[in-house]
Write a protein that binds this ligand. Structure first.
Ligand code: G16
Length: 560
C-alpha cells in the first residue's frame, strides 16, 4: 500500500489552547479539518514521526471512533511504526500518560475535550502528549499551530477501518497496531502507589461501615471506578453512579463541580454518605465532597501534600517539591513552608508542571480547576486524587476513629489557617467584550496611581488597597522558557487577591474567569460559607473591572 499525498488548504484557528485543540464536533467533521491538525502533529513531533511509536485513545466521546481511523491512516502515511490504541479507542487521559511512560513510547494523541459536553452538537478535542507522558509544551504546540497555518497537503495510506474492539496485535498496512485493555495498565500503576489493604481495612472493619459514592458523570472513568471501588476495594455496586461511558455523556456536562455534579451532592446529603467524589469526561479532574463539606481543589492538593508521607506509600521516601497554578489559592504554599519544600507558581495548564517533575523538583501539584496529581504520571489524575483522599481518611481514622472529611478540613485549617477561594465563570460571552475587559484592566494597571488605590465593597464598608497588579509571566526554572500574559492579578495589602483570565479551553466565544482569594487565621471564621466571606472582595472585583458592562452578563454561569 502506498502513501498518498492529499491536497488541502489551511483552516483558521487551529491553535492549541490550554490543553489541545477544542472545537465543536461539526468543525472537526469538515472535510480535511481533522486530517490537517493530525498532520501538523506528526510534522511537529520532536525528532519527526518516522519509525516512532505512539499511544492513541480518549474519553470515547462522539466522533472518536472515526478520528482513530483517520489517525491510523495518517500515522501510516507519516512513517509511524507502531500505534497502541485503547480498546474501542477509549483510554482516560491519565491512562494515556501512564501507558506512554510504561511502554516508553514517543508520545500519544488524546481524543478528548475533557469536561466539555459531548455529542454531535457539542465538543471534540485533539491533544498531543510527548514522550514524558505530558501535554506538549508550548514550543511544540506553537510549531503545530504554525504548520496548520501553512499546510498544503497531508500524507496517508488509504487503509480500510480497523476493528478496534478486539484486543491483540495486528498488522494494518505498514503499521503494527496493538489494541490494549483500557483499564488494566492504569490499575496496576495505582496498586504500586497506594496501600489498598490499609484502605480496605478502614472500609470494611469500621462500624458502621464508611459509605462511598463515586460519580463518573457518564465519562470515561466508569470502568476505572468499577475496577477500583467495586472489584479492588470490595464496595457495593451502589457506590458508583453514572458509570457507563456514553458518547454524549448522557446529556450531562461532565465537569465535577457543585453545579454539574449536583446529583452526587444531593445523594451524599440525603443518604448521609461519608465520602463522595466525581471525575470528569476524560478522568483527569476530580471533586471531593463529604457530607456538608465541599473540599475546594486548592485545599485538596494542600491536604494531600500534608498527609502524603503518612498515608501514601509512593511518597514514603519523601516529597520533592510542591506546585500550583497561579490562580490556585496559596494553601499549598503554607504546607511547603512548614515542611521546608520548594513551591512553584506556574501558569494555568498542566503542561507547565512537566519540566519540574522531569527535573526531580516536584512531587505533588494541583490547580483550582479541579486538577490534582503527582509525578507518578504527567497529567492530572482524577481517580488518583479520589484514592488519595480515601488513603488520607483511612490514615486519619487510625489516629482518630470516626474522622470525616469535614474533620480533616478543620484540622488542616487549625494548623495552617484557611484560604477562602472562589471562581466565577462567565461562559461563552462575546469575544470582543472579553478582550475589551482585559485591555481596560491592563490600562488601569499601567496608571501610576493604581498601586496604593483603595476600593470599597458595594454593600459593606470593607475596603481593599492595591499592593501589586500585573499580568502574570512565568520563566520555567528548568529550561528558561518564558510565558507571558497568563492572567491579570491584583494583590491587596491584606493578602487577598483577585485574578481575571480568559479561558483557553472553550470551543466558542470567550469564557471569562474571575478568581478571588482571602486568607484567614481567625478560627471563628473557618466554618464560614466561602461566598459570604468573599462577598466584599467579589463586589470590588466586579466594580473595579466593570465586568458586567463589558461582557453584558449580570450573573456568572458557574460559581465554584
Ligand atoms: C485544562 C488544563 C488545566 C487547566 C484547565 C482550565 O483542563 O489541563 O491545566 O487548568 O484546562 O483551563 P482554562 O482556565 O484555560 O479553561 P482539562 O481538564 O480541561 O484538560
Amino acid at each position: 500500500m502506498s502513501v498518498v499525498t492529499v491536497q488541502t488548504t489551511p483552516f483558521a484557528g487551529q491553535k492549541p489552547g490550554t490543553s489541545g485543540l477544542r472545537k465543536k464536533v461539526k468543525v472537526f467533521q469538515q472535510p480535511h479539518y481533522t486530517e490537517n491538525f493530525v498532520q501538523a502533529i506528526f510534522t511537529a513531533m520532536p525528532g519527526g514521526s518516522d519509525g516512532k511509536t505512539i499511544v492513541v485513545g480518549g474519553d470515547g466521546r462522539y466522533y472518536s471512533p472515526e478520528v482513530v481511523q483517520i489517525i491510523l491512516r495518517l500515522a501510516a502515511g507519516n512513517g509511524i511504526k507502531h500505534v497502541v490504541v485503547g480498546q474501542h479507542g477509549v483510554l482516560s487521559t491519565p491512562a494515556v500518560s501512564a501507558l506512554i511512560r510504561s511502554l516508553k513510547t514517543d508520545g500519544g494523541i488524546l481524543l478528548t475535550a475533557s469536561h466539555n459536553p459531548g455529542g454531535p452538537e457539542n465538543d471534540f478535542g485533539i491533544k498531543f502528549n510527548t514522550a514524558n507522558g505530558g501535554p506538549a509544551p508550548e514550543d511544540v504546540t506553537d510549531k503545530i499551530y504554525k504548520v496548520t497555518e501553512g499546510i498544503t497537503s497531508y500524507k496517508q495510506v488509504e487503509l480500510p477501518d480497523l476493528d478496534i474492539s478486539k484486543l491483540g496485535e495486528f498488522t494494518h498496512g505498514p503499521l503494527k497496531v496493538t489494541i490494549v485493555d483500557s483499564v488494566s495498565n492504569y490499575i496496576e500503576l495505582l496498586k504500586t502507589i497506594f496501600d489498598f489493604e490499609r484502605i480496605k481495612k478502614w472500609l470494611h472493619e469500621t462500624s458502621p461501615k464508611p459509605t462511598v459514592l463515586f460519580d463518573a458523570l457518564n465519562g470515561v472513568t466508569g470502568p476505572y471506578g468499577r475496577a477500583i471501588f467495586v472489584e479492588e476495594l470490595g464496595l457495593p455496586e451502589s457506590s458508583i453512579q453514572n458509570a457507563t461511558p456514553l458518547p454524549d455523556f448522557g446529556g450531562l456536562h461532565p465537569d465535577p463541580n457543585l453545579t454539574y455534579a449536583h446529583t452526587l451532592v444531593e445523594r451524599v446529603e440525603r443518604e448521609n454518605i461519608l465520602f463522595g467524589a466525581a471525575s470528569d469526561g476524560d478522568g483527569d479532574r476530580n471533586m471531593i465532597y463529604g457530607k456538608g463539606a465541599f473540599v475546594t481543589p486548592s485545599d485538596s492538593v494542600a491536604i494531600i501534600a500534608d498527609w502524603a508521607e503518612k498515608a501514601i506509600p509512593y511518597f514514603k521516601g519523601g516529597v520533592k517539591g510542591l506546585a500550583r497554578s497561579m490562580p490556585t489559592s496559596g494553601a499549598i504554599d503554607l504546607v511547603a513552608k512548614a515542611k521546608g519544600l520548594e513551591v512553584f507558581e506556574v501558569p494555568t495548564g498542566w503542561k507547565f508542571f512537566g519540566n519540574l517533575m522531569d527535573a526531580g523538583r516536584l512531587s505533588i501539584c494541583g490547580e483550582e480547576s479541579f486538577g490534582t496529581g503527582s509525578d507518578h504520571i504527567r497529567e492530572k489524575d482524577g481517580v488518583w486524587a479520589v484514592v488519595a483522599w480515601l488513603a488520607i481518611l483511612a490514615a486519619a481514622n487510625e489516629e482518630k476513629p470516626g474522622t470525616t472529611i469535614d474533620d480533616v478540613l478543620l484540622a488542616h485549617y487549625n494548623v495552617y489557617g484557611r484560604s477562602f477561594f472562589s471562581r466565577y465563570d462567565y461562559e461563552e460571552v462575546e469575544s470582543a467584550g472579553a478582550e475589551a475587559l482585559v485591555n481596560n484592566l491592563r490600562e488601569e494597571f499601567a496608571k501610576p496611581d493604581f498601586v496604593g488605590q483603595s476600593f470599597k465593597a458595594t454593600t459593606s464598608d470593607t475596603s481593599f488597597t492595591v499592593k501589586e497588579a500585573a499580568d502574570f509571566a512565568y520563566t520555567d526554572p528548568v529550561d528558561g522558557s518564558v510565558s507571558t500574559k497568563q492572567g491579570l492579578y491584583i494583590k491587596f495589602t491584606d493578602g487577598s487577591r483577585i485574578i481575571f483570565r480568559l479561558s483557553g479551553t472553550g470551543s466558542s466565544g470567550a469564557t471569562v474567569r474571575l478568581y478571588v482569594e482571602k486568607y484567614s487565621k481567625n478560627a471563628a471564621e473557618y466554618g464560614e460559607d466561602a461566598q459570604v466571606g468573599l462577598k466584599p472582595l467579589i463586589e470590588v472585583a466586579l466594580s473595579l473591572s466593570k465586568l458586567q458592562d463589558y461582557i453584558k452578563r449580570d450573573k456568572p454561569t458557574v460559581i465554584t
